[in-house]
Each structure stands twice: as structure tokens, then as C-alpha cells.
Design a protein around this ligand. Structure first.
Ligand code: PNW
Length: 486
């Protein structure tokens, strides 16, 4: 026991014992000594990119300005009963007019990078054919403003706001949409890649496909049978692949291309070799229609077997495009999917969360920090990925502003601290994560949940558009300043 004390403590204890021989060392004396010693620094590698993310429809507003076309989210949010409180993105954060102020928020945090998305209907109001120069101008201004403040822009080309004109012709049910996406992606990359060095094709294929075309809770609100849904899935990965090719064809040399996918974050129920092996198998199979297809350029045998007669129709050329090599992989990580080893032929079984599993305001957002260790770790291992970004990670709360103007979102700070601890664990083991984007810079339009669930590290008063840094913004700033856990 004694050899665990510092020399100073030992001397002090001896001293107090000498003065008052009957007084034994107290726990409080030990605790004081411990508290005055700062915790061992847990740094991230030099140059680690700390960032924050948003998406066009969730923040921009200005839906009728400068020639923007209608998107499926305009239509959906204006359809009664689809979104909580009937909220729409008509105004959102008014970022379209306030982007300079928002770059100041980023600057104050010390952000190194910012991930935004381009609204397809601002660039091609009808989805194809004639571009709208005023739409592109907006993103030119945003990019210039970021660079003027030393913040690297990371650009997502599709974050769910599909032009309505394309939906009217079948949307993602039609392979024409995959080709239209590639044209649009090549066009934007051609114009921005003199300044933007990283492009992501699609954001969360699994979300917009399954929620938009599977259970209908997102735009365009369809509930397709399995055959149709699998084809939509295929058109999504195909759009990604054709998009990668188009970006490479039109962008400046050296431009890096990836995607941002919320791969099911498989986590072994216990960290034993057999459960870990099961989690790796599960990672490959649960993501078979999306990330696995992209990384391997093929659908797994088990995926095609499971789909049976409902399997998507595709050509070898499709699969070659889908498997186009990437410069980096972006992973959006929120919630864990627990996996155990199993005697079944698959070798794994998913373990659904019990009803008591803690979650944030969004009922799907179970708090499992290990997801931020296992998702990049398994992806890197399975596919030998050399460059990973955590393109989203964050928590929904019902934040309230105190009368003196603070937001003490201790729940979000707890969430970030624990997830970042697991990310640090991954990075320390050599998992090649190069950066992290918290979701989100500020409260915004949370899709079918409207404005009620807040994900921002800045509080937004949607009546006045006033932004207030929450406790979590102060926490994140500290992390960035230290380049380590706070
Ligand atoms: C992601 N789910 O969406 C999106 O990329 C963001 O636009 C969004 O605001 C953020 O995460 C928070 O929700 C998701 O139901 C939406 O599992 C729903 C789910 C997952 C991600």
C-alpha cells in the first residue's frame, strides 16, 4: 500500500503522524493528493481533424431562393401527418443567409474541418439538364468563407434532398436516378475541387433507403415490397459507384473520394475471441446491401440467398462501378448493435436491446460508446481500409436554455466523453481514423422528428435564430485545444 503514495504524501503523512501520533492518515488527505495530479494525457495523433457536420435541408432554409428546385423533403414535410408538429425545413437555421455567422461559431470552437452537404435541387432544380449558377454560387461562398478561416471543407453530395422532379420519374426506383446523380456529382466536383479536397458521395444509404422506401417514415414515404426495396438499394450503391467515377473524371487531381455510411455498428456482447469473430461476420452481413457491396464490389452469397427471388437485378459492370476503389471511408456512428457467437450456419446472432437499454431522446439512439471503437476497427480489419473518418456522431436531447442564457447539456457531454474515450482506444491501437465530425454544429431540422429533438452543440432559438454554445460546445472546444480527451 505504502509504495503507492508519492514521496510528498508519504512525508506529509509521516509529518502529521509525528505531530499527532494518534491521528491515522485519512482518505481525504490521499484524495487531495490524487486530485492535484492531472490525469494522464490521452492525446490523439498530431493533425487529427476535429470537425462538425450539418446537412443542407436540415440547416439552410431559403427553400425558394435563387432558383432552388423542390426536393422530396419539401413535399414530404408539407404533407400533413408526416413530421412531428408539422415542422418543415422552410426556414430551418437560415444558414443560407447566416453562414458567415456560423463559420464564426466554428472558428470559436477551433474546428479544423466542417462537413456540409450540397442541395442537389439548388444545382439542378429539375435534377438534370440545366444547372443553376446561383445555386453553385452559394457553395462557392461557403467554401471560400471556410478556407478564409482555416477550416477544411468536406463536401457530401447527397444528404437526402432528392429533386422532386426525379422522384416524379420514379426516384431511386429508377436507375436513371443513379446516372443523374453521377452527372450532378461530377459537375459539383468539377467546380469545387480547386478548393474542396474531400468529397463524399451519399450520406447513409441505409437510412434514406430503408426509412424512405421501406417503412415510409422519411421522404418520399413509400413502403415498397422486398423486391422493389432491394432494387432501390442497388440503385443507391450504383449511384455511389457511378458518382465516384464521375468525380474522378471531373475533379482536380489529388481529390479524395469516399462516402458517409452508417454501417450497422456491430459490437461483441463480451470481448472474447468467439464473440469478436461473430461481430466481424455480422458486420459484413448486416451491411451486405450497402458498405460491404461497396468495399467488395459484390453482394455476399448469404445476402443473395436471403433475398432469393427478390434479389436486385444487376450487371457485372454495375458491380465493378459499385466497387470502385475509395480514398477514404466515412462512418456515421451512433448506436451499437450487439452480437453474440452462435451455432447457426451464419455463426452469429444479433441481440436486440432490452426495453431498459438507455437511450437519448431519439428512441433508436441507444447509448453504447463501444460502437465508436468497434465500427472503425471491424471495417478497417475486414477491408484493409487505410483512411477512416467518423463523419457523424452525436446525441439528441431536449435542451433548455436557463434564464441566464446557458444550456447545461450534461447528458450530451457524458455521451461525447464516453464515445471519444472509445475512439481514442481505437486510434491508440492503430485503427486509421484521421478525423471526427460531431453531429451537429447546431440544432437543426431532425427529419421526421422536426425541431423537437436537438442534436446541436449550439442551441438555436428557432424564433430568433440566435445561437448559444451549450456546455457540450465548451467541452468540445477543450477537446480540440488539447487534441485529447477532456
Ligand atoms: C443521421 N435511425 O440520420 C443523419 O445522417 C443526420 O441527417 C441526422 O440528423 C442524424 O443521423 C441524427 O439522426 C439518422 O433511425 C436518422 O436509426 C435515423 C436513424 C439513424 C440515423
Amino acid at each position: 500500500m505504502l509504495n503507492r503514495f508519492s514521496r510528498r504524501t508519504f512525508a506529509r503523512l509521516l509529518g502529521s503522524a509525528a505531530l499527532a501520533p494518534t491521528v491515522l492518515p485519512t482518505f481525504s488527505a490521499l484524495a487531495d493528493e490524487r486530485h492535484s495530479t492531472p490525469p494522464a494525457p490521452r492525446h490523439f495523433p498530431q493533425g487529427f481533424l476535429w470537425g462538425s457536420a450539418t446537412a443542407s435541408y436540415q440547416v439552410e432554409g431559403a427553400v425558394n431562393e435563387d432558383g432552388r428546385g423542390t426536393s422530396i423533403w419539401d413535399t414530404f414535410s408539407h404533407t400533413p401527418g408526416k413530421v412531428k408538429n408539422g415542422d418543415t425545413g422552410d426556414a430551418a437555421d437560415d444558414h443560407y443567409h447566416r453562414y458567415k455567422e456560423d463559420v464564426q461559431l466554428m472558428k470559436a470552437l477551433g474546428l479544423k474541418t466542417y462537413r456540409f452537404s450540397v442541395a442537389w435541387p439548388r444545382i439542378f432544380p429539375q435534377g438534370t439538364r440545366t444547372p443553376n449558377p446561383k445555386g453553385l454560387d452559394f457553395y462557392n461562398r461557403v467554401v471560400d468563407e471556410l478556407l478564409a478561416h482555416g477550416i477544411q471543407p468536406y463536401c457530401t453530395l447527397f444528404h437526402w434532398d432528392l429533386p422532386q422532379a426525379l422522384e416524379d420519374k420514379g426516384g431511386w426506383q429508377s436507375r436513371d436516378t443513379s446516372e443523374a446523380f453521377a452527372n450532378y456529382a461530377g459537375y459539383v466536383a468539377g467546380h469545387l475541387s480547386d478548393r474542396v479536397k474531400h468529397f463524399m458521395t451519399l450520406n447513409e444509404m441505409s437510412s434514406f433507403v430503408d426509412l424512405g422506401y421501406g417503412n415510409g417514415i422519411h421522404a418520399p414515404g413509400l413502403k415498397l415490397p422486398p423486391e422493389g426495396l432491394n432494387q432501390v438499394r442497388h440503385h443507391a450503391v450504383l449511384a455511389h459507384g457511378l458518382g465516384v467515377q464521375a468525380i474522378r473524371a471531373h475533379a482536380k487531381p489529388g481529390t479524395k473520394v469516399g462516402l458517409a455510411e452508417n454501417a450497422t455498428a456491430c459490437v461483441p456482447v463480451i470481448e472474447t475471441p468467439e464473440h469478436i469473430a461473430a461481430a466481424a461476420k455480422a458486420y459484413r452481413e448486416t451491411n451486405a446491401g450497402y458498405l460491404t457491396a461497396v468495399m467488395e464490389g459484390r453482394y455476399t452469397d448469404a445476402y443473395l440467398r436471403r433475398a432469393g427471388a427478390d434479389a436486385p437485378k444487376f450487371t457485372p459492370a454495375d458491380m465493378k462501378a459499385i466497387g470502385s476503389p475509395l480514398d477514404f471511408v466515412g462512418l456515421n456512428v451512433y448506436t451499437p448493435a450487439y452480437v453474440r457467437a452462435d451455432d447457426s450456419p451464419a455463426g452469429f446472432a444479433m441481440v436486440p436491446p432490452p426495453a431498459s437499454f438507455p437511450h437519448m431522446m431519439s428512441s433508436w439512439l441507444h447509448v453504447g460508446p463501444e460502437a465508436l471503437y468497434w465500427s472503425p476497427k471491424l471495417a478497417a480489419q475486414l477491408w484493409n481500409i487505410k483512411e477512416i473518418y467518423i463523419t457523424e456522431n452525436g446525441a439528441s436531447s431536449t435542451d433548455v436554455l436557463t434564464p441566464d442564457g446557458h444550456v447545461y447539456d450534461t447528458d450530451r457531454v457524458m455521451y461525447f466523453r464516453n464515445y471519444l474515450t472509445q475512439l481514442h482506444r481505437a486510434v491508440s491501437e492503430g485503427v486509421p481514423v484521421r478525423g471526427y465530425f460531431c453531429w451537429s454544429l447546431m440544432d437543426n431540422y431532425e427529419w421526421a422528428d422536426g425541431y423537437q429533438y436537438r442534436f446541436g452543440i449550439h442551441y438555436v432559438d428557432f424564433a430568433t435564430q440566435k445561437r448559444t454554445p451549450k456546455l457540450s460546445a465548451h467541452f468540445y472546444k477543450e477537446v480540440i485545444t488539447r487534441n485529447g480527451l477532456a
